[in-house]
Design a protein around this ligand. Structure first.
Ligand SMILES: CC(C)(COP(=O)(O)OP(=O)(O)OC[C@H]1O[C@@H](n2cnc3c(N)ncnc32)[C@H](O)[C@@H]1OP(=O)(O)O)[C@@H](O)C(=O)NCCC(=O)NCCSC(=O)Cc1ccccc1
Length: 203
């Protein structure tokens, strides 16, 4: 059975709270110190939310076990995770050629050069997308090498296409390629070597 590329997105629960936190992060970076907002009051209110969450947090070990139950795309990772506010989040579809694809528009929290995506954020998205493409193809592994070429600045504020496809499996060595494109033009391309290895899940 194909893996769930959608990471089991939900319309309520922690996904909704994570989406709200993502909005807050974007709004804070947009505001900076030149908005009319009372930042001391905002800090107090955000700290009150964090106090509430921390007071009711499960033991770390329980949460780790909970995060790693089931199969398929994870829900907590920093690239696709619907329950992780720092994830853009990417959402993939499978294509007939065996590749996967996500369309995402990034805003100011992911900025590197002016109005452009930070190179490390591109690396995060490509590492993860290549990893998921391996799972989608049926043989996954851990990143051993990731070679990136930054051809053009990757724009913020407009749709980006993030793609990846498994190219070959030779014993434990898996080779995978991918790209981030804007308006059909590749901005960043990636080649990865993955090694089939599966760290034990927390139990
Ligand atoms: C697993 C491995 C990479 C390899 O260790 P072992 O199992 O002990 O491998 P072993 O030494 O037995 O060699 C086997 C064969 O492989 C070869 N080879 C090995 N390495 C290299 C190399 N660098 N370069 C070239 N070749 C290399 C080696 O020569 C040998 O070849 P041979 O058979 O003689 O022809 C280990 O170093 C490690 O855990 N590193 C940390 C990985 C990590 O943290 N990654 C980031 C987190 S994952 C993520 O975020 C992405 C993701 C997202 C979503 C979903 C999924 C993924």
């Amino acid at each position: 059975m194909p893996m769930d590329l959608q990471a089991g997105r939900r319309s309520c629960g922690v996904d909704g709270a994570a989406a709200a936190a993502r909005r807050v992060i974007g709004a804070l970076v947009r505001a900076g110190d030149i908005s009319g907002a009372d930042m001391a009051d905002i800090a107090d209110r955000l700290n009150a939310v964090a106090d509430d969450l921390e007071a009711q947090a499960p033991p770390l070990r329980d949460r780790l076990v909970n995060m790693w139950r089931g199969d398929g795309n994870t829900r907590h990772d920093p690239a696709t995770g619907p329950e992780n506010p720092i994830a853009p989040p990417l959402a993939y579809v499978g294509r007939p050629d065996g590749s996967i694809e996500s369309t995402v528009t990034l805003d100011l929290p992911y900025q590197g050069p002016p109005s452009s995506v930070h190179g490390g954020v591109s690396a995060l998205m490509l590492d993860h997308t290549l990893g998921v493409a391996n799972g989608w193809a049926g043989t996954s592994g851990m990143t051993a090498e990731l070679t990136l070429r930054y051809h053009h600045l990757t724009p913020l504020f407009e749709p980006l296409t993030v793609t990846a496809r498994q190219v070959s499996v030779d014993g434990r060595k898996i080779r995978t390629t991918g790209a981030i494109s804007a308006n059909g033009r590749p901005c960043v391309t990636a080649e990865g070597l993955f090694i089939a290895k599966y760290p034990p899940r927390p139990r």
